[in-house]
Design a protein around this ligand. Structure first.
Ligand code: PHE
Ligand code: NA
Length: 457
């Protein structure tokens, strides 16, 4: 039944394409606006701490499950779980996460596509700060336009998926990830020298712990937790699938660290671009999801050759977003083909329509349905869907992966160790079992429960 599984053609291919799944809108769109909403540098510090103490080990567990089972999340636990246990039910929870993620991700990816086209057509030339803000405002008021771009994203995503792994995804992603990183360094240099930008640097880099009080320490922790898991794509089998595409020549800890470093570099770089610009142009960093769209065109307008740089930036962002979309679509397609007897073609067509329909509430939430504010005054359907994924499914799913890999009634510690550590490279330390099995899940659950309490009670 299972044919020879496609493999990546090189190690660099694996790293960059997993980084391609990790690096996406979470880094360049979400990281800056969440950081802006929660007061800057102190938030960044907690976020990095969570990446180190939670994110990396969780990613190793997830990659191990993928590599050992050689399956996507649709079947990975079925293969590895001890007889008679019910871990495999996790797939439904994880799959719900994959779908809800796509329900808003396609919309934001559509914004990127729109900005690429607008920027290259010269649509921002000569506009001042207010003119630029208005362009985003009128985009949100135009459901037809947004639906159009969202559908384009879905079609391109499934289109590339049907080209196969190495042909389509690996080749394109490799080049684009490197170009994106390079371009961001250039843009950061430019933004750093904007007049009035120093204030932004201070906001971004000098921790002010009174900000924690102001925003509520628990809320800041909860937001940082969600963002750390979101940015690494951990907790719902999105990264696991890449584990299933590699062989055992390298141990997984080093790979997880490498992916985390690349992802973090892109996020931190995005902050270096955005915050000086916010302060230089008098844009409030707590603007929310619109932040980069109302900030960045100002930076480009102030640069020689800004139209070209800006177009390239949004083009690379489209690729970063698409590489994530493709990873998640792969997961969704395997789920369909592994669980039903339907052909791949049929699964693709059904999901194509389903994801377009499921993406509509997010789009309409900014206009026709803007009265629906599920998380309180001023919140949107996008915020709500993001909350479901980042603050619920990913943390809880991550705990499942960790327990599955450390508990006797799961796949178990010894199997996990053997898998994670087979191959050359950094080994996962045996001595931290207690931390992994008990402390790590408790930290996640503690932040999760306290976060809920503070949000709703
Ligand atoms: N890590 C992706 C990003 O930063 C988002 C993502 C989350 C992808 C969860 C897959 C799973 O854009
Ligand atoms: Na990311």
């Amino acid at each position: 039944m299972d044919q020879q599984r496609e493999k990546f053609s090189s190690r660099l291919g694996f790293i960059l394409i997993s980084a391609g799944c990790a690096i996406g809108l979470g880094n360049v769109w979400k990281f800056p606006y969440i950081t802006g909403q929660y007061g800057g540098a102190a938030f960044v510090l907690i976020y990095i701490l969570f990446l180190l103490i939670l994110g990396i080990p969780i990613m190793v567990t997830e990659l191990s499950v993928g590599r050992a089972s050689q399956k996507s999340v649709a079947m990975s636990m079925d293969v590895l779980e001890p007889k008679g246990t019910k871990w495999h039910l996790f797939k439904y929870f994880a799959m719900a996460g994959n779908y809800v993620l796509m329900m808003f991700y396609t919309t934001v990816a559509g914004w990127m596509l729109y900005y690429f086209i607008k920027m290259s057509a010269g649509g921002f030339v000569g506009l001042d700060k207010d003119g630029i803000a208005e362009i985003f405002g009128s985009l949100l008021q135009n459901p037809t336009l947004m639906v159009g771009f969202m559908i384009a994203v879905v079609l391109i995503g499934f289109g590339i998926c049907s080209q196969g792994l190495q042909q389509g995804v690996e080749k394109i992603t490799k080049v684009m990830m490197l170009l994106l990183l390079l371009l961001m360094v250039i843009l950061a240099c430019r933004s750093l020298f904007l007049k009035g930008g120093e204030e932004g640097l201070r906001f971004y880099l000098t921790p002010d712990f009174s900000a924690l009080k102001e925003f509520g320490i628990v809320d800041v922790l909860f937001a940082a937790l969600g963002q750390a898991f979101f940015t690494l794509s951990i907790g719902m089998g999105a990264i696991a699938i890449f584990g299933s595409y590699i062989d055992r020549s390298r141990s997984l800890t080093g790979e997880a660290i490498f992916i985390t470093i690349l992802d973090t570099m892109v996020a931190l770089m995005a902050g270096l671009i955005i915050f000086p610009a916010c302060f230089a142009y008098g844009i409030n960093p707590d603007a929310g999801p619109s932040l980069i769209f109302i900030t960045l065109p100002n930076v480009f307008n102030a640069m020689p050759g800004g139209r070209l740089w800006g177009s390239l930036f949004f083009l690379f962002m489209c690729f970063a977003a698409m590489s994530t979309v493709i990873a998640v679509f792969q997961n969704i397609i395997s789920f369909g083909t592994d669980l039903t007897k339907a052909s791949r073609k049929k699964v693709v067509s059904i999901n194509l329509v389903a994801i377009i329909l499921l993406s509509l509430p997010c789009v309409l939430g900014f206009n026709i349905l803007s009265g629906i504010q599920p998380l309180g005054e001023g919140s949107s359907i996008l915020d709500f869907e993001d909350f479901i994924v980042s603050n619920n499914i990913l943390p809880l799913g991550s705990v499942v992966y960790v327990l599955f890999c450390s508990m006797k009634i799961g796949w178990g510690w010894d199997n996990f160790m053997a898998e994670a550590n087979s191959g050359k490279g950094l080994k996962f330390p045996k001595s931290i079992r207690f931390y992994i099995q008990w402390i790590l899940p408790l930290i996640v659950l503690f932040v999760f429960i306290m976060g809920y309490k503070s949000l709703f009670f």
